[in-house]
Design a protein around this ligand. Sequence first.
Ligand SMILES: Nc1nc2c(ncn2[C@@H]2O[C@H](COP(=O)(O)OP(=O)(O)OP(=O)(O)O)[C@@H](O)[C@H]2O)c(=O)[nH]1
Ligand SMILES: [Mg+2]
Length: 371
Amino acid sequence: MAIEMEQRAILVGVDTGREDTRASLSELAALALSCGITIAGMLWQKRIRVSAAYFIGRGKTREVADFLAETRANLVVFDDELSPSQLRNLEAALDCKVVDRTVLILDIFAARARTREARLQVELADWQFLLPRLVGMRASLGRQVGGVGTRNKGAGETKLELDRRKIENRIQSLKRELARVAGEQDVRRRRRRSAGIPLVALVGYTNAGKSSLLNALVARYGQNRDKQAPAEDKLFATLDTSVRRLILPDRRAFLLADTVGFISKMPAHLLQAFTSTLSEAREASLLLQVVDAVDRRSGEQMEVTRRVLAEIGAGDTPILTVYNKCDLAEWPYPRVQGRNIFMAADGTRPAGCAELLGALRAALWGESGNG
Ligand SMILES: Nc1nc2c(ncn2[C@@H]2O[C@H](COP(=O)(O)OP(=O)(O)OP(=O)(O)O)[C@@H](O)[C@H]2O)c(=O)[nH]1
Ligand SMILES: [Mg+2]
């Protein structure tokens, strides 16, 4: 494993008319770049529905094969999760390594996981994803623990024999360990609840500015003002929940939780594995949905957030929507309009924390006022 081969990929999507395929492919490109993959080209096909055998049509598959030869690419990345048989068929037809959006997301999560809990959750999602795909997997893939497919890991890492029974045992033991961690957190959460301090959770699409907003609020109202969460211009900067206690000038307090960001076609296994990280969102009495106001897909991103929240059992929690990054837009801000807050948490002209706090007080305690 000393030599790291450059991974040159062709990205492939299917346009069934349900989403903006080009935008989705450019998001896929961002995911691929985060995995250290070079993009050699992109293509997509308009179809009423995807093909059960190859995801794309047979003719299109041949086109991808030609494109591979032409661009000397060595990887094909599909924009949707492939079924185990689609994956097998495509690898056989293209004679090339094939991965999908889910693999990229899992790999980014694996690379970013820092805490023990996040690592356990990512590993669980990895194995659950791999298990049904073991049959007929290309021997050359050399998949390893903690990374589903695109990352080259350093030498010296244990190569697990891809033995179904061993993997099933590992999945069971990961679940047990995670249940233990979740149990400890439950105790902490119960203690918090009995103290009667409301919990507010930041939720939303990745890179919308949740951690930046947490930091802006902590800097003004935090109990420990120096406890900042990492905010970065990259997908999935946050994989762990951090909870901060905020105290308003009138001594009223609430807890604010930062959570992992969502993305479209969020892998189901990943969501399941991250249940405990997402429990803050599930147990919050109020959600602050952070939206990148200048992203042209913000509507779709809100829809993704709505769906994921419903999936994790937080679909009925009251919500305030924060249109963030208004410094990059042409609108007046800061401003509150019903349950919507227009502000900038970070950037050249951050503003709107007091307005947000006002809306938050009204939602939490039924009062108006300016924080
Ligand atoms: N211009 C501008 N940039 C912002 C604003 N808020 C956040 N950003 C930038 O957007 C990027 C993402 O911010 P984060 O706070 O890390 O986003 P997040 O929602 O926590 O992302 P994940 O943790 O990946 O889910 C960072 O580079 C921030 O500096 C804003 O109001 N204006
Ligand atoms: Mg974050």
